[in-house]
Design a binder for this molecule. Structure first.
Ligand code: PLP
Length: 453
């Protein structure tokens, strides 16, 4: 198979000094990108790619937005940095918080800012303990789902289960206090049941675990599992989970790092089910990846409990509410609304799902197509009747992704062990671009069998 490599001295001079994630240490990168515009990326050899991954599901407003660069520049020359802590703050973070409060679901409008998703989840975990201790309770344990991705820093790593421990190998032990339960995935139900006859067992199981454990403080989940495969829950899942958390007096954390800011066709995915979590975690789409920013929203109840406790949140990041990142977030949110990108994600997402369902499901090695909005997951199977996955050693997902790259399309291999392919373009993608993308992907998926051979 064709492999592209920029082996020029200038390229080598840089990459030899970098340890890349998810890459064999010391190996050379295959592709070096240098520019982007809309849904198109260009590499150092002038080859163009349709970016059907939107970076890592974060470049919601597409590449090459001059407005965002200008917002960063004008903030940088006005006030590049001053911290937001110890009784002092700045105008950019104030305006950003005010704007954000118009985006998040009602009652989730008190924010702590971070520099990304992992940091946000760390803060969410601290809020859980801080909240319960403010109420005189020791409720420290956290329940998360199998196949979840919540970040790679040591605290939250205990909740990241994707890839059956791939993220823990070589770096354990983890912090104690995490419990993992089966995830929702109707195509591959952990309980071997069928929806709706299952009575949403995957949600009800949470109640059983809480009853058998003491000191559970919170349940954390992605509304649609993201890096684990773009797996959407059955419609009854989130309302039931909300009810269970309330009944058992534990906090519900929705990790909307991927799903937030329009990606699923609603501003936040929990809106699909009218569910209000106690803590909402954001990053990625808040700035469309142009600069690093994350945020944690806590409910009025948590905020008021902490405020009346008189305690100080002894937690600090130098770049919490960084002025330049906040200025970019403000402009980014403006673009999402002005260009109706949430609505576009719903419209183009439906088009992509319709075409995948009607044209790809007939392929021998496509077992299931599911997701929500512009998170489209395609399950690769060796045998459609038994739903058997390819042996991970065959590296099918990688072969497929590389084959698409050779043809100028960037898609992602999801799920840690592969076997599921993701399509998650920028929310700006037009129907015409989506049509072209599907037309070009079709022969690749039709010929998966040949990749195996
Ligand atoms: N939470 C979810 C749902 C994510 O998908 C990710 C990253 O992909 C994270 C948290 C971690 O975010 P970051 O990579 O910005 O630390």
């Amino acid at each position: 198979m064709e492999r592209r490599q920029d082996t020029t001295e200038s390229a080598k001079a840089g990459w030899e000094h970098i340890i890349h994630g998810f890459t064999k240490i010391g190996s050379s990168p295959e592709i070096i990108f240098e520019a982007g515009n809309g849904i198109i990326l260009r590499d150092t050899q002038g080859k163009e790619y349709m970016d059907l991954t939107a970076g890592v599901m974060n470049v919601n407003v597409g590449h090459g937005r001059k407005e965002l660069g200008e917002a960063a520049k004008s903030q940088m020359v006005k006030l590049a940095y001053t911290p937001a802590m110890r009784g002092m703050t700045h105008t950019a973070v104030i305006e950003c918080a005010a704007r954000l409060s118009g985006f998040t679901p009602e009652g989730l409008a008190h924010f702590f800012f971070t520099s990304g998703g992992s940091e946000s989840n760390e803060v969410a975990l601290k809020f859980v303990r801080f909240y319960w201790r403010s109420k005189g309770k020791e409720k420290d344990k956290i329940i998360s789902l199998n196949n979840a991705y919540h970040g790679s820093t040591y605290g939250i790593l205990g909740a990241t289960t994707m890839g059956q421990g791939a993220y823990w190998r070589n770096v354990g032990p983890l912090l104690p206090g995490f419990i993992h339960i089966p995830n929702f995935h109707c195509y591959r139900c952990s309980f071997g049941l069928e929806y709706p006859d299952c009575d949403t067992k995957c949600a009800r199981f949470l109640a059983e675990v809480i009853k058998n454990e003491d000191t559970v403080g919170a349940f954390i989940a992605e509304p649609v599992q993201g890096a684990g495969g773009f797996i959407a829950p059955p419609p009854t899942y989130w309302p039931l989970v909300r009810q269970i958390c309330t009944e058992h007096d534990i906090l519900l954390i929705a990790d909307e790092v991927i799903t937030g800011f329009g990606r699923t066709g609603k501003m936040f995915a929990v809106e699909h089910w009218n569910v209000k979590p106690d803590i909402l975690v954001m990053a990625k789409g808040i700035t469309s990846g142009y600069v690093p920013l994350g945020a944690v929203a806590v409910s009025d109840e948590i905020f008021e409990t902490l405020a009346t406790s008189g305690s100080i949140f002894t937690h600090v990041f130098s770049y919490s509410g960084h002025p330049v990142c906040c200025a970019v977030a403000i402009k980014n949110m403006e673009i999402i609304v002005r260009e109706k990108l949430t609505e576009n994600a719903a419209r183009v997402g439906k088009y992509i799902f319709d075409r995948l369902d009607s044209e790809f499901m007939e392929f021998e090695h496509v077992g299931n197509i599911s997701g929500l909005g512009l998170l489209c997951g395609i399950d690769l199977v060796e045998d459609k009747t038994t739903k058997a996955k390819f042996d991970p050693a065959k590296g099918m997902g990688k072969h497929l992704v590389r084959c698409a790259l050779d043809q100028g399309i960037k898609i992602a291999e999801l799920g840690g062990l592969g076997g599921r392919i993701g399509i998650s373009p920028p929310l700006t993608i037009t129907l015409a671009e989506a049509a072209q993308a599907i037309d070009r992907l079709k022969p690749i998926f039709a010929d998966i069998g040949k990749l195996v051979a």
